[in-house]
Design a binder for this molecule. Structure first.
Ligand code: SF4
Length: 452
């Protein structure tokens, strides 16, 4: 049962020393009760208080780490059912599945495709993070291990879909350093699988014939001391899978039933079979509700562009504008004499504009103004990207750093040109096209006219 701030406050040291970053122990207690701070931030809590508070103040859903090094990912740790209530925390990770039932060349071709989808959007690297390696019925340990080795060579985090304890052991021998998920426990084998996973130091995936069986298996694993789990909520049908996945999350967050407080795996490739369009639709559904790992039959750019865009929109904090730091960003080897382009700090604007400027090949200093993380027209309408704010920023942050006195402003705020010229004497103000996509031609024309 969650505690309120007053109940937590009673157990704090009441020193009001501020070392936790809060002005008082009461403020600290309120933040802990809201889940915004961890108890460990106070260095003076007694062991007795920590013991009695830690279980009650633990988040309803565990954060579980999988993978290693650059490919380590945090799953779960969510506190709300709907993004608009606060924010989602750990983004859905996508896995492409291969299986021992596939012909060798088909599996190899699919693994080769994994690295092809790899691009950056608004500062975030979009790629297939995981490979799901399924052990088909009747496959030998040697055949499975061979496929696991090939999948590990992609450098992606693995999810081992295997129910046979001895085959699981053999597979982990060749890949446990990459901290894969061993998705193999069910009611029939959970004790042995738990030992295999614990010995290898990896996360255990648990499934059940239905939610009751899944619940009982998780409870038994927790009782044995293994709380390093993810729950495979994939059912026999799409409807059952959706109901399972939503019910597990609701039980954890609404009813605070911590037995279901783990991240989930949804195997869309099993539900959609060979229908790539259905797989794409289901991947979107389970990105929103509530797959921590979504397993797909494949991922090409046609799949990736909408899916990663959806994920990026969903897993940004609605309370924080997506912005980049104001300042001077030299592009294409620009120095202090290079021409200046200025715009706002909205992340999407920055990445679209900087991409086009880089494509132009012209050395340019891109100056990003503090516009509250809003787009050009919105920030202009809100008075956050005005001739006054731009002139102030240039006088304070730019004039001492750059010698060039030619500034290109966005076409959508051409109206600022006259004001800027009067507020920044000695500056030549040039108006860019309205759309970023026209920037390359714009600079080519400037070069051809000898204006650069
Ligand atoms: S660090 Fe501990 S004692 Fe100090 S103000 Fe925070 S909660 Fe109180």
């Amino acid at each position: 049962m969650a505690l309120n701030g007053i109940q937590i406050f009673k157990l704090t040291p009441k020193k009001n020393c501020k070392e936790c970053g809060c002005p008082t122990c009461m403020a600290f207690s309120m933040k802990v009760a809201q889940g915004a701070l961890e108890l460990s931030k106070c260095p003076y809590m007694s062991q007795e208080a920590l013991d009695s508070l830690s279980e009650a103040t633990a988040p309803p859903m565990k954060s579980i780490k999988v993978g290693a090094g650059d490919n380590e990912y945090t799953l779960g740790g969510e506190t709300v059912l709907y993004r608009h209530e606060k924010t989602f925390v750990s983004k859905t990770r996508y896995a492409v599945s291969v299986c021992t039932d596939m012909a060798d060349d088909a599996a190899e071709a699919k693994l080769a495709e994994v690295s092809k989808v790899d691009y950056e959007r608004i500062g975030e690297q979009m790629k297939v993070e995981m490979v799901y390696v399924n052990c088909g019925s009747g496959a030998s340990a040697d055949k499975y291990v061979e496929l696991v080795k090939k999948a590990a060579a992609t450098g992606r985090t693995l999810v081992l879909g295997v129910k046979d304890v001895e085959i699981a052991k053999a597979a982990l021998e060749v890949c446990k350093d990459g901290k894969p998920v061993l998705n193999g426990a069910d009611a029939s084998n959970y004790a042995e699988m738990s030992k295999v996973a614990t010995d290898a130091g990896v996360v255990l995936g648990v499934s059940g014939a239905n939610l009751d069986e899944l619940y009982d298996t998780v409870a038994a694993l927790e009782k044995s001391g293994n709380k390093n789990l993810v729950l495979d909520t994939t059912g026999a049908t799409i409807k059952e899978t959706f109901a399972n996945t939503v019910e597990v999350r609701r039980a954890a967050l609404k009813n605070e039933d911590r037995t279901f407080g783990y991240p989930s795996i949804v195997n869309v490739s099993r539900l959609a079979r060979d229908d790539r369009h259905m797989a794409q639709a289901l991947a979107s559904v389970f990105t929103m509700k509530y797959g921590s790992i979504v397993v797909l039959p494949g991922m090409d750019y046609a799949d990736a562009l909408p899916l990663y865009g959806l994920r990026q929109n969903l897993f940004t904090d609605p309370q924080k504008p997506m912005k980049v730091a104001p300042g001077v960003y030299p592009l294409n080897g620009a120095d202090e004499n290079s021409i200046i382009v200025t715009t706002v700090d909205f992340a999407l604007t920055y990445f679209v504009v900087s991409g086009e400027l880089e494509r132009s090949g012209v050395p340019i200093n891109l100056v990003i103004n503090d516009a509250g993380g809003l787009s050009v027209l919105t920030s202009w309408a809100a008075g956050k990207f005005s001739s006054g704010s731009i002139a102030k920023f240039f006088k304070e942050e730019v004039e001492g750093k750059l010698k060039c006195r030619k500034m290109i402003i966005p076409g959508k705020v051409a109206v600022l040109k006259g004001d800027l010229e009067s507020k920044l004497p000695g500056w030549e103000i040039i108006v860019a096209p309205r759309e970023a996509v026209e920037l390359v031609k714009f600079f080519k024309d400037m070069q051809a006219n000898g204006e650069l």
